[in-house]
Design a protein around this ligand. Structure first.
Ligand code: ZN
Length: 204
């Protein structure tokens, strides 16, 4: 640490802990720590309790891999959903965006990641086996690939399309109204609804 002053152990521990957040270095971790301690100790206590509760109380849905308190989440248990459609997204945030478009009544599978060969993230790290098992339950007819239109998202879609088509499934990809390089999380609901409606079969 850059500071020349001796600092109390709990402060150092807090700064170190905050660094687990993506994109947070020592300097911003330190700013956050000072803010929490000086300006918002109540908020800090709430944050600590919420973190503990979320981490210990949540698990991955057995069917869609999203976060849930029960073995199977509310979406997967909803009898009104179309069980023949499975939409594959990278994150729960992307799932929320597709849901907010009101253009989809099928079910989901949340990868909780994407292929990123340059970062050493391969198929084994993203647990594709669970998706394969889910998609080949005999009920799913079409898998809609709604990974992001970034290099990593496209690589993931390409890989999954191959893998799923080989199992005899119809595999489609969101239409290209979504700008290249964009993450679903930042695309408006209308565009996502359109991209779903205009989805295209993937090419072998
Ligand atoms: Zn689920």
């Amino acid at each position: 640490m850059a500071s020349g002053l001796p600092e109390p152990e709990p402060l150092l521990t807090l700064v170190e802990a905050l660094r687990c957040l993506p994109g947070v270095g020592v300097r911003s971790a330190r700013r956050m720590a000072y803010h929490l301690l000086q300006r918002d100790p109540q908020g800090a206590l709430k944050l600590g309790a919420a973190l503990t509760e979320a981490v210990t109380g949540l698990r991955h849905c057995e069917r869609c891999n999203s976060f849930t308190q029960d073995a199977v989440c509310a979406t997967c248990s909803n009898a009104d959903r179309d069980t023949t459609l499975l939409c594959v997204v990278e994150t729960p945030a992307d799932q929320n965006m597709v849901e907010a478009s009101h253009g989809y009544r099928g079910l989901y599978y949340v990868l909780q990641g994407r292929l990123a060969p340059l970062e050493g993230v391969g198929p084994d790290q993203v647990h594709f086996a669970q998706l394969l098992e889910r998609a080949t339950d005999g009920v799913v007819r079409e898998v809609i690939l709604a990974t992001n239109f970034t290099a990593e998202g496209e690589t993931t879609a390409y890989y999954l399309a191959d893998m799923l088509r080989a199992r005899g499934l119809t595999v489609t990809r969101l239409a290209r109204g979504v700008p290249s390089g964009s993450e679903l999380e930042y695309v408006d609901a209308g565009t996502i609804a359109w991209a779903l409606m205009e989805r295209r079969p993937t090419q072998g």
